[in-house]
Design a protein around this ligand. Structure first.
Ligand code: NAI
Ligand code: MG
Length: 362
């Protein structure tokens, strides 16, 4: 039976870039005979306007029932005053929590060094293709004890605690090892085991897991501060990087800037495989709803399109189709088409739909 795809365009440029994915879905159906059962729902501000809440329970249920979720972006200034409990961003936070999405995959891929290396030497990033796997539901952002307390002398103390259990480390490391097997078979595990107990445990657990279950994957370890330096100095030394929540937050943002525009970067968040062998997964561009350019047909659709390609690869086992789409994006860039965010002298400036159409034509 057909794979079930839940599409959640959201707000701002979300629906604009999602429309370009729709074009590719039609193309896959006509030219490759691949089709999906697609359901589309409102989330974020659009859902607040229609239903009073950023995400309805039946949409969360639809996400659970789907084989994969393709998310656009949510938020915008028109919903800044709805209150903390109803803000659009709760849509994505709710989905992450309800589907148990604990592993965030952020590829840093250079599609075209002419576009991507605007801030760096092209020879350092040419052909770059790394995958950062960040643990997203544990670590210092969630560990107890936490809070701000007033001390007897009236001064105050803010507390966060980094906590990782062997189970949490193992399940995210397993995602990294599995990914590495489909790529260049190398995982670099990143922590600060020199100064942190949780880092020490992290290193032990990852080492043990590799020895037990992934002896075919090459494992290395690196301290997080050194990793930041190495990502800037020689990023192509990495294949898959696996790390905790805090370091992953910083390192994935750092790595994304090796590759240029926000408008070209996809991501995935994965949960645990269930008893039926299904793994919940949500795919989204790393950019937000870009209210400053929304409604004007200017947004770069490539991040959304590449998120869809990741979905085809990791959730629908359509590696060939994923590669076709990624190659098409590469060709379109090489041919000189540019949306405003990646515009450079001598290139052809186009809008969202011309860019999307060009990808589909390739
Ligand atoms: P943003 O990513 O929406 O925009 C940052 C800058 O990048 C803007 O100048 C924007 O025009 C540009 N940009 C973003 N995507 C682009 C694209 N596809 N093509 C061309 N240019 C693009 O981040 P910002 O401005 O901080 O947040 C705007 C809204 O989005 C806020 O309400 C925020 O909460 C929300 N947001 C939602 C996210 C999500 O849905 N997962 C993630 C990040 C922000
Ligand atoms: Mg961040």
């Amino acid at each position: 039976s057909n794979k079930k795809l839940l599409v959640l365009p959201g707000d701002g440029v979300g629906p604009e870039v999602m429309r370009e994915v729709g074009r590719l879905v039609g193309w896959l159906q006509r030219r490759r005979g691949v089709s999906f059962d697609i359901t589309e729902e409102l989330v974020g501000g659009a859902s607040i306007d229609a239903h009073g809440v950023p995400i309805r329970p039946q949409v969360v249920q639809a996400a659970r029932d789907a084989d994969a979720v393709l998310f656009g972006a949510v938020g915008g200034p028109q919903w800044d005053h709805v209150g903390f409990e109803r803000r659009p961003e709760l849509a994505i936070l709710t989905l992450r929590r309800e589907l148990g999405l604990f592993a965030n995959l952020r590829p840093a891929v250079v599609l075209d060094p002419l576009v991507d290396a605007s801030t760096l030497k092209a020879d350092v990033v040419r052909g770059l293709d790394i995958m950062i796997v960040r643990e997203t539901v544990g670590g210092i952002y969630f560990g107890e004890p936490r809070g701000v307390e007033t001390l007897p002398d009236g001064s105050r103390r803010g507390v966060n605690t980094e906590v990782y259990t062997t189970h949490e480390i193992e399940r995210v490391a397993r995602v990294a090892f599995e990914l590495a097997r489909r790529r260049n078979n190398a995982v670099c595990s990143v922590e600060k085991s020199n100064v942190m107990e949780s880092g020490l445990l992290w290193r032990e657990v990852v080492t043990e897991l590799q020895r037990r279950e992934y002896p075919d994957v090459k494992l290395s370890h690196m301290l997080a501060d050194n990793c930041a330096m190495q990502l800037v100095r020689n990023p192509r030394q990495f294949d898959v990087i696996v790390t905790g929540n805090l370091f992953g937050d910083l390192l994935s943002d750092l790595a994304s800037m090796l590759t240029g525009s926000l408008g070209m970067l996809p991501s995935a968040t994965l949960g645990a495989v269930d008893a039926f062998g299904r793994r919940p997964a949500l795919y989204e561009p790393i950019h937000g709803s870009a209210p400053d350019i929304a409604g004007r047909g200017l947004a770069n659709p490539l991040a959304q399109i590449l998120s869809f390609a990741m979905l085809l690869r990791y959730s629908f086992e359509l590696e060939g189709e994923a590669l076709l789409i990624e190659e098409a994006c590469r060709h379109v860039l090489a041919s000189g088409l540019r949306t405003a965010d990646i515009m450079s002298p001598g290139m052809a400036r186009v809008g969202t739909s011309v860019m999307g159409e060009a990808v589909q034509r390739e």
